[in-house]
Design a protein around this ligand. Structure first.
Ligand SMILES: Cc1cc2nc3c(=O)[nH]c(=O)nc-3n(C[C@H](O)[C@H](O)[C@H](O)COP(=O)(O)O)c2cc1C
Length: 374
């Protein structure tokens, strides 16, 4: 494998642009060290917080599959089906900060070249909570983390000052980022929720607070499907469900749309693309839109929990891609990053049949005294 896959992102050098995102694949030191051995360029730890975490009784994640020869969608495992998505209602790490700190130090001591980004989350309702963000940030950076990712994106929080509820509030996005930046000596990434009307507003607020990069997307709010035989949700506890997060192949196009909005608005800023990546053709979408790194969760969960085959293929296919395009002078990711960003335009900028004009739904000038024909 000859091509240079390395990237420098927010000042951190990665051997390759492929990271495990904050999720079960990065929930323990043993997983993270296996991930580095398998070749991942970096990891974002499962989100670390200070508040008590108790997960639901029963499975936290399941996978929705589509039949190849019918319209059936179901979480039931069966042959001849293709992965549609993951669905989860898992909370952040149920391990306390005191558990994580020595683990981060140990991982960095044994894998000094492996990039470890610590994902953190606290409340944001008052000064004490803002101080909690600072406490988490300082503890992780002192333990040796290379960067921080602020979780403004967890979709399962009842608390109005936590998770995606922070990512839906531009003031909190800015205030929390600024509080962390006051104490951080390492790069600070902000993971935004896709669940807002115009993600550019929250991205702008995070950058105003000093964010070095934006990561997007977390999972999309959704429900498991109802089994037509039992009339029960395919995932439930005592018959009850709560909104959870959709990940995997189904969200790739949606997450790309969010990413394109941001990379177009901030072409000089740094972005880490997440959502639906299983192979390099998927990752390439985010890179062509302007991302400098990408992150993977669902595909890795389904491949020996940390994705050894996924990362092997990602590296192999990226290497082949660069070699295939050597005649264009491409030597590394920087040579093709963002080259399709400007192809995303407003609807009225798309060509119409020759003699017809379209003005984005606005009326053309009507003749005086007449209604516009429509
Ligand atoms: C079971 C599960 C747990 C997750 N936990 C976290 C978390 O603690 N923090 C976080 O920022 N994202 C979390 N995520 C979101 C993933 O990091 C990722 O953003 C999302 O799954 C989309 O990527 P994918 O399509 O590759 O799965 C979790 C996802 C899943 C499926």
């Amino acid at each position: 494998m000859g091509a240079d896959l390395s990237v420098t992102f927010t000042g951190i050098r990665f051997e390759n642009p492929f990271l495990l995102s904050s999720a079960p694949p990065t929930e323990s030191d043993s997983n993270i060290m296996r991930a580095f051995d398998a070749g991942w360029g970096g990891v974002v730890t499962k989100t670390i917080g200070l508040h008590p975490v108790v997960n639901v009784k029963g499975p936290k994640t399941k996978f929705l599959r589509a039949d190849c020869d019918s319209y059936r969608l179901s979480m039931k495992k069966r042959p001849s089906s293709a992965l549609h998505s993951s669905w989860n209602w898992e909370l952040i790490s149920d391990k306390p900060l005191d558990w994580w700190i020595p683990k981060i130090a140990k991982i960095k001591a044994e894998h000094p070249g492996g990039v470890l980004i610590a994902s953190i989350m606290a409340g944001s309702g008052n000064d004490k909570e803002l101080h909690n963000w600072q406490k988490l940030a300082m503890a992780c950076q002192e333990a040796g983390a290379d960067g921080l990712e602020l979780n403004f994106s967890c979709p399962h929080m009842d608390r109005v000052d936590m998770g995606s509820n922070v990512g839906k509030d531009k003031v909190l996005c800015s205030v929390v980022t600024k509080a962390v930046k006051e104490v951080a000596t390492i790069p600070v990434w902000v993971k935004l929720t896709p669940s807002t009307t115009d993600i550019v507003i929250e991205a702008e607020a995070a950058f105003r607070g000093g964010a070095d990069a934006i990561s997007s997307s977390n999972t999309y709010p959704s429900l498991p499907l109802i089994d037509p035989e039992t009339l029960e949700f395919e995932m439930n506890v005592d018959g009850y469900v709560s909104s959870g997060g959709l990940g995997g192949p189904a969200i790739l196009p949606q997450s790309m749309a969010k990413m394109a909005q941001m990379t177009k608005a901030f072409p000089l800023k740094e972005f880490s693309g997440i959502g639906g990546i299983s192979d390099f053709s998927h990752a390439l979408n985010y890179i062509l839109l302007g991302c400098g790194t990408v992150q993977v969760c669902t595909a890795a969960m389904l491949d020996h929990a940390i994705g050894p085959n996924v990362i092997r293929m990602l590296k192999h296919e990226m290497s082949e891609f660069i070699e295939r395009n050597a005649d264009k002078g491409w030597k590394s990711l920087e040579d093709f990053r963002g080259i399709r960003r400007d192809r995303v335009v407003s609807h009225s900028q798309i060509k119409r049949p020759e003699q017809l004009e379209y003005h984005g739904g606005y009326d053309d000038e009507a003749a005086e005294g007449y209604a516009v024909e429509g």
